[in-house]
Each structure stands twice: as C-alpha cells, then as structure tokens.
Design a protein around this ligand. Sequence first.
Ligand code: SAM
Length: 279
Amino acid sequence: MSIDDLPPLREVIATHDLAAKKSLGQNFLLDLNLTAKIARLAGDLSGSDVLEIGPGPGGLTRGLLAEGARRVLAIEKDPRCMAALADIAAVYPGQLHAINGDALNVNPRDHLTPPIKIAANLPYNVGTELLVRWLTPPEWPPFWTSLTLMFQLEVAKRIVAAPGNKAYGRLALLAQWRTDARIVMELPPEAFSPPPKVNSAVVHLTALPAPRFPANPGTLNKVVAAAFNQRRKMLRSALKSVSPDIEDHLNTVGIKPTERGEQVELEAFCALARSLDAG
Ligand code: SAM
C-alpha cells in the first residue's frame, strides 16, 4: 500500500465510526490539499522529528509524512482514532509512532530525537495550556525549534498582538519574548468538519536562540500574569501583590506607575522583572 492508496478522510471517518465529539474539541480537516499546505508552513521537515498533538483521523499526519518528516510522534486522546493512524503507519514503516493518551501527560522527549518541530491542529480545550508550557520551560532554547499551530483566530491574534492592541497580554509577551511569532494562514469555519462557530488561524513560532531581553522566566511570568489579571487596573495596584515596593521598581525602570499593562512594551516588562530580582 502507498500513500495514494489510503482512502479519502471522509471514508476513514465512516469506516472507523469517528463521529466528531465536541468534548474532545474535534473539528477535523478533511481536505488533504489543505493539510499538505499546513504541513509545508512548518518549513523543511526532512531533517526533523515532528510532534503532532491530536491527529484525529490523520489528515495533517499524512501531510507531515508526505512532506518528508523524518519521524512523527502523534499523541491522540481518542482511542477510536488509533486504527486509522495504524493504517497510515503501515504506509510509512518506522516513521509514525501513534500514542493513545492525553498530550498533557505524555513527555514527548522520551520518544523523539532533536531537531524537533511541533505541528498541530490543536484541540481548543487544551491548546493554550500546551502553548504556555512550550513557551515557559526554565531553560532556553527549548526542546523544539518551531511550532506550527492552529488556534481560534482570536487566540492567534493574542499571540502576535502589539502593545496598545486589546488582544495584547500575557500570551503575546510570553510568545514574543522567546520566539518570532506570525499568523501564516486564516481559515473559515467551513474548512472543518463539523464547522466550529469561529474563524481559525495557523500561527508559526520559531524559537529564538536566546530570549530577546534578559529576565528570569519565573519572575517575568509572575509580573505579566499579575499585570493582565485585571487588565484595566493601573500597574501600581495590579502589581502590588508582586512587591510592596512596586512603585519604586516601576519608576526605576521608567514605567509610569499609573500606566496599564496593555501600554507597556516587552523590553520594559523584562527590565521590571530584573529590577524585582535585584531586590
Ligand atoms: N488533527 C486533526 C485534524 O486536523 O483533522 C484533528 C484536529 S481536532 C481540532 C483535535 C484533536 O485532538 C481531536 O482528534 C481530539 O480527539 C484530540 N484531543 C483532544 N484533547 C486531547 C488531548 N488532551 N491530548 C491529545 N489529543 C487530544
């Protein structure tokens, strides 16, 4: 059997009885031209292992393998999908390793060899949590070189937002501190089966060799979380829980204590984290 002999995805879904479950965030991509295009957005895959979260019936998985991924580790929570994934693995002997499990509980590094890229049409219910985990390891560079991820358009905009934009917040700061992040494709609901209520977008994030500005990741994370927890509050009160001397620290690094987090640039948040750590 070759890739061309694999049945169309609608047939795969019918054969394996994969009626979409809302509880698992299942909105499948059935157009193999589209999944190939998304796989290409991940860049040259030939020398990389690829981690895919939530392969479902395997449309993107097929794209990643056809685009030359050295090896794909696909972690899928729904046991019903495993037979469909086994059919793909049979066409790519030794190249597709599918695990039935929760991506939040599987350590991909036990199964992959660097360089590693991550590509996924993420389940909406766990997408942001996985992204934050991938962006906030204590050490940098991380175990992956790039992320090519489908999100709801609204979440994608939060990742790439600039200061002053209403989408600017913790996600933008965490992403832009350590990666180059761009929206590379927008998709309407009709691209999926069943169609979700909202538009979607693919975001491509490339890990920078080092963060843009020095800061302790734990401190920066704490500052940014507090600054945007109540985003309409002035920083001197939003950040009071972070330090009793917060006003002094804000003044030292040139941030007006009356400013709100959404006006403050990444570089200034990093300077604030350093000032707090210096005591
Ligand atoms: N990649 C497929 C596609 O593009 O057609 C399916 C995408 S669908 C949006 C999300 C997939 O993630 C579903 O197959 C769902 O079962 C799976 N999923 C949901 N929660 C998961 C989790 N915690 N760990 C792994 N897979 C999960």
